[in-house]
Design a protein around this ligand. Structure first.
Ligand code: E4P
Length: 215
């Protein structure tokens, strides 16, 4: 499974990229709003750090504006993927852009029916938001499982990005289901490292090694 970081923070992206496990980045307007720099320079800098798909979101809502915005974003760097929300205009834009070879990440996907339409429109990626589904009492990962079943039945070129990840359990479940990608916030990526038995094991080895060193 590919691992993306869900962040617009350059330091976080740089750090996780240095671990050697990072395959791409997703951003969204909320994540960009948390940073001081402007959107354009953030996106350019991310592209210089990470050699993989970098999702940048179009904020227009009408088909022609979405397409215009997407073309400008795609021109910034070859790795840019344009994030477009799942709406009727978003679908039309996705169809047009995919014909031009511009990769689309259809975002704010909350149902298998939406996912099917996004695949048919030619989206390269679809992002079901599992955490937000869990928040309203649905089982986000069950929606992912249904979407993967649909993809198994046909020959779409679409990859599933498990998004709105809240904890390492979401990531493990995504990998067990065979989701193509999980986009993971920095704090969850850090939690994936941690296990109390690893910490206790290191402490014990170091203590025991002191005894050896004293000989
Ligand atoms: C996905 O690409 C989105 O940026 C993201 O995962 C949204 O997550 P949230 O529900 O934590 O805002």
């Amino acid at each position: 499974m590919k691992i993306f970081i869900d962040s617009a923070n350059i330091e976080q992206i740089r750090e996780v990229n240095s671990w050697g496990i990072l395959d791409g980045v997703t951003t969204n307007p909320t994540l960009v709003a948390k940073e001081k720099a402007d959107f354009g320079s953030i996106v350019k800098e991310i592209c210089e750090i990470v050699d993989g798909p970098i999702s940048a979101e179009a904020i227009s809502t009408e088909v022609d504006e979405i397409v215009g915005e997407a073309r400008k974003l795609a021109a910034v760097h070859k790795n840019i993927v344009v994030k477009i929300p799942m709406t009727e205009d978003g679908l039309k834009a996705t169809k047009m852009l995919s014909k031009e070879g511009i990769k689309v990440n259809m975002t704010l996907v909350f149902s298998p029916a939406q996912a099917l339409l996004a695949c048919k429109a030619g989206a390269k990626y679809i992002s079901p938001f599992v955490g937000r589904l869990d928040d309203v009492g649905h089982d986000g990962m069950d929606i992912v499982s249904q979407i993967l079943d649909i993809l198994d039945n046909y020959d779409f070129d679409t990859e599933v990005i498990v998004a709105s990840v809240r904890h390492p359990g979401h990531v493990v479940e995504a990998a067990r289901m065979g989701a193509h990608i999980a986009t993971i916030p920095y704090d969850v990526l850090k939690k994936m490292f941690k296990h109390p038995l690893t910490d206790a094991g290191i402490e014990r080895f170091l203590q025991d090694w002191q005894k050896v060193a004293k000989r």
